[in-house]
Design a protein around this ligand. Structure first.
Ligand SMILES: NC(=O)c1ccc[n+]([C@@H]2O[C@H](COP(=O)([O-])OP(=O)(O)OC[C@H]3O[C@@H](n4cnc5c(N)ncnc54)[C@H](OP(=O)(O)O)[C@@H]3O)[C@@H](O)[C@H]2O)c1
Length: 335
């Protein structure tokens, strides 16, 4: 496996990060990834050379971090780059909160569950509009000084909030965001375009979440008739049991992008999932390390094989342009 630098952090990471959101998560009565399956996925990822693991304080009610911690116990912690997040509280009655008190409590909880002394990356999972961002950054800066957090990141927020956080860190001499985690995939670009411009300008690494649109871009779903939202979902897939799937991932724009992803996959002798991931890894303006989810080792293997897939600039552009109709208007999206 060839490793790449994560923006300006100096961390060397595999080109694909392993997401663990669904570890221990129960959706519609289905536990998506149970403890044994989680450990199998981590084993398979590490055997292929993967070293970048993404979790959060609340994933699976804490089970994601606990299971990663158990697994890391038998390994050299230094070999892995572990990212976690705070915003939604696991300990306080104030549920969405980036106060100094909550940030510290949540990070201590994550370290405890993970059985580690430090997080390589701490993301602010969302922006807290009620707490001045400099208060949050001060708390995070203290954690960096304590050696409990090495780098700071932020997930989804408006571009101006990302820029405001960078400015407040700069003027106060606090540790600034060096990694971001937006929702970003081939069919979801407009809403995040300005945010990505800030990342490119400020040399901030981008780790897109849901890079396969929850599995939509793998090509395993089909339209029913001419409609947009009626889909044929194989049994036991996310669309089959997660009632948010259509709202989040299915749109006219998505179907058109998927058509082009499929066409490029045929030409490149690859699968649609691999092409969708390669398209992200090939972003020209910033370091881009997609965070893939996988429920089976086969899915994970297929996704990791994207690292060896190549697409041409022309194919890259075709996927980007597939969001527009013949009149140059964007197809509708509901995301
Ligand atoms: N910061 C945030 O707010 C935020 C939000 C969401 C996610 N995340 C992070 O991003 C990670 C990835 O998110 P995600 O799970 O939505 O990512 P995704 O890669 O877009 O979707 C993963 C799902 O797609 C299906 N899939 C994956 N590879 C496949 C393949 N090769 N063939 C067929 N189906 C395949 C599986 O679902 P089924 O088999 O069940 O259909 C899998 O659970 C999360 O684990 C988490 O770490 C962060």
């Amino acid at each position: 496996m060839e490793y790449r630098r994560l923006g300006s952090t100096g961390l060397e990471v595999s080109p694909v990060c392993l997401g663990t959101w669904r570890f221990g998560k129960e959706t519609g009565g289905v536990v998506e990834t149970a403890r044994g399956d989680a450990h199998e996925l981590l084993d398979a990822y590490a055997e292929r050379g993967g070293n970048f693991i993404d979790t959060a304080n609340g994933y699976g009610g804490g089970d994601s971090e606990r299971w990663i911690g158990e697994w890391l116990d038998d390994r050299d912690r230094e070999d892995f780059v572990v990212a976690s997040k705070c915003f939604w509280s696991t300990v306080s009655r104030f549920q969405e909160n980036l106060s100094k008190k909550n940030v510290r409590a949540e990070v201590e909880g994550s370290l405890d569950r993970l059985g580690t002394d430090y997080l390589d990356v701490l993301y602010l999972h969302r922006f807290d509009d009620e707490t001045p961002v400099e208060h949050t950054l001060r708390a995070v800066d203290d954690l960096v000084s304590d050696g409990k957090v090495h780098y700071v990141g932020i997930s989804t927020c408006e571009a101006w909030k990302l820029a405001k956080g960078l400015w407040k860190a700069d003027v106060n001499n606090y540790e600034a965001f060096s990694v971001t985690q937006p929702l970003f995939h081939a069919a979801y670009y407009e809403d995040v375009a300005e945010y990505l411009d800030v990342c490119a300008d400020q040399d901030i690494a981008v780790c897109p979440y849901s890079p396969l649109a929850g599995g939509f871009l793998t090509g395993k779903y089909e339209r029913v008739g001419d409609g947009t939202y009626d889909i044929d979902a194989p049994a036991d897939t996310r669309a089959d049991f997660d009632e948010m799937f259509t709202d989040w991932y299915v749109s006219e724009r998505g179907w058109h992008v998927l058509d082009e992803v499929r066409a490029v996959a045929d030409e490149a002798d690859a699968t649609p999932a691999q092409v969708a991931l390669r398209w992200l890894m090939d972003q020209p303006d910033f370091d881009c390390v997609p965070i893939v989810g996988a429920r089976t080792v086969d899915q994970l293997d297929e996704n990791l094989d994207a690292i060896g897939v190549s697409i041409t600039d022309e194919q890259f552009d075709r996927i980007f342009e597939a969001r527009y109709d013949e009149d140059g208007d964007l197809y509708e999206t509901n995301a």
